[in-house]
Design a protein around this ligand. Structure first.
Ligand SMILES: C[S@@+](CC[C@H](N)C(=O)[O-])C[C@H]1O[C@@H](n2cnc3c(N)ncnc32)[C@H](O)[C@@H]1O
Length: 385
């Protein structure tokens, strides 16, 4: 199995040398995905869709965007002059589909801002939108962060699970950090003390909040950087909703005693596996989201929790099945639509594994996508928060 992109392998080895031998897994994941020019998301290759490595919901079917547009239209109608800000827009497919749908229903936002970490993907999104929607592309802008005093909807699909996470291992007394080093011409796991007291504090908070003890040898992940991201978004949102779609669980499920090897997943040419130390820069690396930690960070930054449900419930409540109305069941079109609906909703596919979290500030209206199944109790947030 190839070690990875030669430029990235060299970059990682330099980082390890500079750090005295090894780096945290979060640093490894950060470089592997985002090192300029050679990280997985920062090269020029095709990552998304059938010709790439993995398929996200918006790449899988425009029905995803159709349902999200229904929810966005409802929110924007309640916020006079609200805008949309998408984090991590990938190929730009969701942005294009959403703008098209919102134009059809005459509720276009004044601005559609994209905050994208990868310069290569920013260019790809620009080209995609210019080609698909030349008349609407002028509404789209690329920014480094959500605008301050933002009013409207901040949206992210599969962005948090692509944000670097730390990996740790429970010991008989305390825990060790899983780090990455270069030995015998390959990357290997090492164990060390937590890199920085913030990680140790963070882990103590997580483990202390569980009502079960994790056995020695238990391996999992945690991602303080994701909480920082949400706290920053929360501080910038003045009025509106943050909608997050991602693979993940509430804390008790995330750190379930049986999930003893964490949630790390890599994708290369549609093959999923759990070894991030091969194919550096050539494969996607993701770590599921601890939605309790995200919701807690949001509450601390002054947002309120308005909804938490599965992707299947969100899409069905937002009118997913209407796509089939009036379509003859004997037709090829009907077969295509039902295949797409299954991919988006079946429990074995994205339906249950992907969750949707809604966080709000100064927004009291109900949210259609969360009307049918409320899973907020699974987040087990601290009383009074
Ligand atoms: C798994 S892809 C998902 C792309 C797209 N949202 C979709 O669903 O097809 C992750 C995306 O998030 C971007 N990203 C990751 N962290 C980010 C951050 N902190 N700010 C902005 N974009 C980020 C990546 O560059 C990439 O575009």
């Amino acid at each position: 199995m190839p070690l990875g992109d030669p430029g990235l392998v060299a970059r990682l080895r330099t980082a390890m040398d500079d750090a005295g031998g090894d780096i945290s897994f979060a640093e490894y994941m950060d470089l592997a995905l985002y090192a300029p020019g050679c990280g997985y998301y920062c090269g020029g290759s095709d990552l998304f869709g059938s010709g790439g490595d993995f398929v996200t919901a918006p790449e899988s079917s425009p029905l995803f965007a159709a349902c999200v547009a229904t929810q966005l239209g409802e929110i924007l109608a309640g916020i006079d002059g609200g805008d949309i800000c998408e984090l991590g827009a990938g190929s730009g497919a969701l942005a294009a589909d959403l703008l098209e749908r919102l134009a059809e229903s005459e509720c276009l936002p004044r601005r559609y801002s994209i905050v994208e970490r990868s310069a290569a993907l920013r260019e790809r999104q620009r080209a995609h939108l210019a080609l698909r929607l030349p008349g609407l592309a002028t509404r789209v802008e690329w920014l480094d962060a959500v605008p301050r005093e933002f009013c409207g909807v901040v949206l992210a699909n599969e962005v948090l699970d692509a944000t670097p996470a730390h990996r740790f291992c429970v010991r008989a007394h305390g825990f060790a950090e899983c780090r990455v080093a270069w030995r015998d011409n390959r990357f290997v796991w090492t164990q060390g003390e937590c890199s920085g007291s913030r990680l140790a504090e963070h882990l103590e908070g997580i483990l202390g909040a569980l009502d079960h003890r994790l056995p020695a040898g238990y391996v999992s992940e945690c991602a303080p950087a994701r909480q920082d991201l949400i706290a920053d978004v929360g501080a910038r949102l003045k009025h509106g909703v943050v909608l997050l779609f991602d693979y993940g669980y509430g804390r008790a499920e995330y750190y379930h005693a049986q999930r003893s090897n964490g949630t790390l997943r890599c994708f290369h040419r549609h093959r999923a596996h759990d070894d991030p130390l091969i194919l550096a820069g050539l494969q996607d690396i993701s770590v599921h989201v601890d939605f309790s930690a995200i919701a807690q960070a949001a509450l601390t930054s002054g947002l309120a929790l308005a909804g938490y449900t599965t992707q299947a419930e969100f899409l069905l409540a937002s009118g997913l099945l209407q796509a089939c109305e009036g379509v003859d069941p004997g037709t090829r079109r009907f077969a295509e639509l039902t295949a797409q609906i299954k991919r988006l909703t079946l429990p074995g596919q994205m339906g249950e594994a992907v969750k949707v979290l809604a966080l709000v500030r100064a927004y009291d209206d109900s949210l259609t996508g969360f009307a049918t199944r409320d899973l907020r109790n699974r987040l087990e947030l601290k009383v009074g928060s």
